[in-house]
Write a protein that binds this ligand. Structure first.
Ligand code: SF4
Length: 302
């Protein structure tokens, strides 16, 4: 049965960005990336939910890094470790961009004490010339420690939600009190229906809707891949747009909407002939100011 067409996204104001940054962001969007660089202060993790089943990092640590002399994981069983030096990258990079953090772990892992979490957040706070996504699946701890955190307007807290069982993570995130909030529906491994609960979570009554929604299907070399159905992706995109939440549709995943395992690149990210490449609310405004903040910070650092 053909689907009713999805609405187009509202016009983007990306043209307001400095030329170089705009070019970088557009090139990354072409590749399905909603970030421009990453930091890895937390490496290693333990699965917490079904979305972790094919976590590339767990595989990479077990199969490659643990056997690689010179790797911080040589001989490791993949336990969570904290590498504070990695945080310097944020401070020392004075070229404003969108950072993804952490790409190989979870900042609120139970093995990290509150001091470690505070150190991590202080480093994020001290790099206001970037836009930083801080990702977690451990939303209960985020809700616990969030009120103690001094969130800057450039830090976008993002929780991952892979199916309806984990919608509570969005409620936890609102509890944490970040100034910018996102949800990553990636990998979507089960249907998330358009319900009043979902709508309330994405746009709480009397509050501001979420600042960004990422949506994507699974990508893995493993045989147990869980394809995202087209109807699931369409529901999430439609609900996001109707609620005025910026939507970034990252990828269909390794299995295309016809059920063929063609690889994420071939399956692409086009739906109804268009891509959904929104930047989070507040991101362009922030990145327009960021070069001036960076220049002042650079002068102070000399
Ligand atoms: S929480 Fe994230 S990093 Fe940790 S195992 Fe799950 S997917 Fe991987």
């Amino acid at each position: 049965m053909p689907y009713p067409p999805l609405p187009a996204a509202p016009p983007s104001d990306i043209h307001r960005l400095p030329h170089g940054l705009r070019t970088l962001i557009e090139a990354n969007h072409e590749k399905g990336l909603y970030w421009d660089d990453s930091i890895n202060p937390q490496k290693g993790c333990d699965p917490v939910s079904t979305g972790c089943t094919n976590c590339f990092m767990l595989d990479a640590v077990k199969k490659r890094y643990s056997k690689m002399p010179g790797s911080p994981y040589f001989g490791s069983d993949g336990s969570a470790m904290f590498f504070p030096k990695e945080l310097d990258k944020l401070r020392d990079d004075f070229d404003p961009k969108r950072y993804f953090s952490p790409i190989m772990g979870d900042p609120y892992h139970e093995d990290f004490n509150d001091e470690t979490v505070a150190l991590y957040h202080e480093a994020l706070r001290q790099a206001p010339y970037h836009w930083i996504y801080s990702f977690t699946k451990r939303s209960e701890r985020l809700a616990e420690v969030g009120r103690e955190i001094e969130w800057g307007p450039h830090i976008c807290s993002v929780v991952s939600v892979e199916n309806e069982d984990y919608l509570y993570r969005i409620a936890d995130q609102w509890e944490a009190g970040a100034l910018r909030n996102g949800v990553s529906f990636e990998p979507v491994v089960g249907e998330i229906r358009d319900t009043p609960e979902l709508r309330r979570l994405l746009s709480p009554p009397g509050g501001r809707p979420l600042d960004i929604m990422f949506i994507g299907g699974e990508s893995t070399k493993n045989d147990n891949i869980r394809p995202m159905r087209e109807a699931w992706a369409r529901t999430l995109i439609r609900v996001g747009l109707e609620l005025n939440v910026p939507v970034f549709f990252k990828q269909v995943g390794d299995v295309d909407f016809d059920g063929r395992r063609v690889g994420a690149k071939k399956a692409g990210r086009v739906i109804d002939g268009r891509t959904y490449d929104a930047l989070p609310r507040g991101c362009v405004d922030h990145l327009v100011r960021a070069p001036y903040i960076a220049e002042a910070a650079r002068r102070r650092s000399r």
